[in-house]
Design a protein around this ligand. Structure first.
Ligand SMILES: Nc1ncnc2c1ncn2[C@@H]1O[C@H](COP(=O)(O)OP(=O)(O)OP(=O)(O)O)[C@@H](O)[C@H]1O
Ligand SMILES: [Mg+2]
Length: 452
């Protein structure tokens, strides 16, 4: 099927104008004509045309002036110029002014039609390339951080401004918001990028063990210390040490950490000699450390030192507009999604954007991963995503609690946790990840509710 074009023809020669417009109309195109540039500019809305044909030589404003005027009003409209033998030099300057092509009069209608079609196709390709490029640019992540919401751009801006500093940075945000991603971006964007990025997670490490990890020990420092061992501070020398879940660090270790932060000096366990290091310290916490200070679980002086640069990563529910980009990024990075040619339809994004995402980006990726796993291929629909979301989305489906009984928050929490455990075959780490709480909190709740 050949496409019918909407064409604007401007020529002061009445006979030629009528003949060409009739010939083009016979081939199924819709042609509007104007007898002068002035008339063309007065009466026509350029955006409705696929292409324009302008006579180069007209009284008053000539074809080139009209072309320039068209370029400012509708830059993407392809323009073909018609010219007699006497005016070829100015036809060349017309091309330079942005005409698609010029044709010599008298011309065959075939030639005019082919030229118009090529011009229109060329424009379509140019527009497509441009929009692809725009999408690619818009979506191109900053150091792996996907998003274009004002909230995430603010985070990226802060990273940009502080990445070269060696001052401590504290990254706060709920679980799964991307704190570690931010820490890595700070490191990779800095002069330290060729030096190590070392991470240590304070959660679940006994104080002695954490201290040993951080500072190392000398031979004979304690029973079983048959050899000396360098700590993470030494390994990270010249680079970055990322201390995750710093709220879980106990007060003794906090005191040692404060000392390194203040003096860049530390002493391995059992050693009499101090070591000096150049390490950028980045800490992360999903609890509010100021509350921890009030509860006397965290040293205020240490907090002041750690939060010289303070980056707060907002929860996903405060930047729902990032979800389409995150979905896209996930599908592009998922081998399974590629193999099954999985896409997410526009309509399917709706349930994702109506949900509050307590587990943030990690939870979103988890939902997508499951949906991809369960899908046979092709586009994912809203119902399929909702199917995966449901356990988290609707913890209290009708009938899940005894009728006539008022559900307290605890009761609904219990039902919800029980359901998730069942769903995930009792995998506690998985469930804690989905629920956006840490493992130990989940285990505490399971114990309280008698769940196993
Ligand atoms: N803006 C983002 N763009 C792309 N991926 C993201 C983004 N934010 C988070 N992620 C992804 O989500 C997952 C969780 O991110 P990350 O581990 O950095 O979170 P976190 O804040 O450190 O969580 P936790 O407090 O539980 O340790 C990772 O797979 C990460 O790559
Ligand atoms: Mg983390």
């Amino acid at each position: 099927v050949t496409q019918s074009l909407q064409i604007l023809l401007v020529d002061d020669d009445a006979i030629f104008r009528k003949a060409l417009s009739r010939a083009l109309a016979r081939r199924g195109h819709r042609v509007e004509t104007a007898a002068s540039p002035e008339q063309a500019l007065r009466t026509t809305d350029l955006s409705t045309f696929d292409a324009a044909i302008l006579d180069l030589k007209m009284p008053g404003m000539d074809g080139i002036d009209l072309l320039k005027e068209f370029r400012t009003r509708e830059p993407d409209l392809p323009v073909v110029l018609l010219t007699g033998h006497g005016t070829i030099p100015s036809a060349i300057s017309a091309i330079q002014a942005g005409a698609y092509q010029y044709l010599l009069k008298p011309c065959e209608v075939d030639e005019v039609e082919i030229t118009l079609r090529n011009a229109v196709r060329g424009r379509a390709l140019a527009l497509e390339n441009r929009s692809l490029r725009e999408v690619a640019q818009r979506a191109s992540p900053y150091q792996g951080i996907v998003g274009q919401s004002a909230a995430i751009l603010k985070v990226i801006d802060l990273i940009e401004h502080t990445k070269e500093s060696s001052k401590p940075a504290l990254i706060q945000g709920e679980s799964g918001t991307g704190k570690e991603l931010v820490a890595r971006a700070l490191h990779w964007g800095s002069q330290r990028r060729d030096r190590p990025f070392v991470t240590v997670n304070c959660a679940g490490l006994k104080p002695e063990l954490l201290e040993n990890e951080l500072f190392g020990h000398v031979e004979g420092a304690f029973t079983g210390a048959s050899r000396s061992k360098g700590g993470l501070f030494e390994i990270a020398d010249g680079g970055t040490l990322f201390i995750d879940e710093v709220a879980d660090m106990n007060l003794t270790v906090q005191a040692s950490l404060l000392r390194v932060v203040e003096t860049c000096v530390f002493r391995p366990l059992g050693s009499t000699r101090e070591k000096k290091v150049d390490v950028r310290i980045i800490t992360a916490a999903n609890r509010n450390l100021h509350d921890e200070v009030l509860a006397q679980r965290f040293r205020q002086d240490l907090l002041y030192r750690l939060e010289v640069i303070h980056i707060v990563v907002p929860p996903l529910r405060e930047r729902l507009e990032d979800i389409p980009l995150l979905v896209d990024a996930f599908l592009n990075s998922s081998v399974d999604a590629k193999r099954k040619s999985i896409t997410v339809s526009h309509e399917a994004l709706k349930p994702l954007m109506d949900y509050s995402w307590p587990g943030n980006v990690r939870e979103l990726f988890h939902v997508l991963e499951r949906a991809v796993l369960l899908s046979g291929g092709g586009p994912l629909h809203g119902s399929e995503l909702l199917g995966v979301l449901r356990p988290a989305f609707a913890p209290l489906a009708p009938g899940s609690l005894p009728l006539g009984k008022v559900a307290t928050l605890h009761e609904s929490e219990k039902v919800h946790i029980a359901r998730m455990l069942k769903e995930e075959n009792g995998n506690v780490s998985r469930v804690s990840e989905i629920l956006g709480i840490d493992r130990r909190t989940l285990q505490r709740k399971m114990k309280r509710y008698g769940l196993r």
